[in-house]
Ligand binder design. Structure first.
Ligand code: SF4
Length: 305
């Protein structure tokens, strides 16, 4: 269940003098012969902070090196508003395991089949392309009528989004997400703009079928919220260079990046790494010979500093 909007927006500090504000009592020494109590597992955020400190000690300046080298070649990306957040959410669901260009065709089909408003007179139909996006871009037009998308017969919706790929899985996911939003106050996600980044991410990730990556994409691209979405390209590059611990996964990498980056560098990091993964550090046969990061990449040089 996703948390109610009011509860999410208002933190609820414990009243002064309550038990929650008192310093924790020392745990008594275990009786002789009894098993010592297990230490509580550190939180993912604590693990990530430890990793960031350790990486900086063992391989100083690695993250800055990566961003500076990629920035010299591609320029430093500057955030621009892309789509309103509900459109961003549905577009991101459409991109899952599909090429961005196919997802944008499916999103255009949604707009045509379930229009929320007539195309404004004089509106440009030229696609707007954004850094880090693999398709040709989308025109700046009103989003679909979300109520109509939610209420559409599932077979019909599946047919409409079929050009995007995996339509049988994505149509129910889209309707489930819209159902969760409408049951919780409406389709607009504008209220997330004013929430703390991690609270907003958790709110979105409580919607069935939405994970950290999708939630971070929506918040970063719609509002410029300092979060770091980690997709398969970014994770592959980070894993090869050694920016994330061996044997970690893309989901955990979200926490590692948040611990390693200052908020003002998250958008730039997302765009530069995703483009590097697409152009140079391919899944099969990465072009290491022409890679500006090779000197510090652990896949290219095993013990690279
Ligand atoms: S050196 Fe090769 S593996 Fe390493 S980041 Fe560059 S392209 Fe990827």
């Amino acid at each position: 269940m996703i948390p109610s909007r009011a509860a999410s927006a208002a933190p609820n500090p414990a009243p002064e003098g309550s038990a929650a504000n008192e310093s924790p009592a020392r745990s008594p020494k275990p009786a002789f012969g009894s098993k010592p109590r297990k230490r509580p597992k550190p939180s993912p955020e604590a693990v990530a902070r430890r990793w960031a400190t350790q990486l900086e000690r063992k391989r100083p300046g690695l993250m800055s090196f990566v961003l500076d080298r990629l920035g010299e070649i591609n320029g430093r990306p500057v955030w621009q508003h892309r789509l309103e957040p509900t459109s961003e959410l549905i577009l991101t669901i459409l991109t899952a395991n599909s090429a961005d260009i196919n997802a944008e065709v499916a999103f255009g089909a949604l707009r045509n089949r379930y229009p929320s408003a007539p195309t404004p007179q004089g509106a440009s139909l030229e696609p707007r392309h954004f850094p880090g996006w693999g398709g040709v871009g989308l025109p700046d037009l009103p989003g679909p009528d979300w109520q109509a998308v939610e209420a559409a017969p599932i077979e019909e919706l599946t047919d409409v989004i079929r050009p995007g790929g995996l339509a049988n899985q994505k149509a129910p996911r889209i309707q489930a997400a819209l159902r969760a939003l409408s049951a919780n106050g409406g389709y607009s996600l504008e209220f997330l703009r004013d929430m703390e980044p991690l609270a907003a991410r958790d709110w979105l990730a409580a919607i069935p079928g939405i994970g950290k990556k999708t939630a971070s994409v929506v918040l970063m691209f719609s509002f410029g919220t300092p979060l770091m979405p980690v997709d398969r390209h970014i994770f592959r590059v980070a894993d090869r260079i050694g920016l994330v611990p061996p044997k970690s996964d893309a989901d955990q990498a979200h926490d590692f990046f948040l611990a390693m980056l200052s908020p003002d560098r998250m958008y730039e990091t997302h765009v530069l790494l995703i483009e590097h993964g697409r152009r140079t550090c391919h899944a099969q046969r990465p072009d290491c010979e022409h890679c500006p990061l090779a000197a510090r990449c652990r896949l290219f040089t095993r013990n690279a500093e």
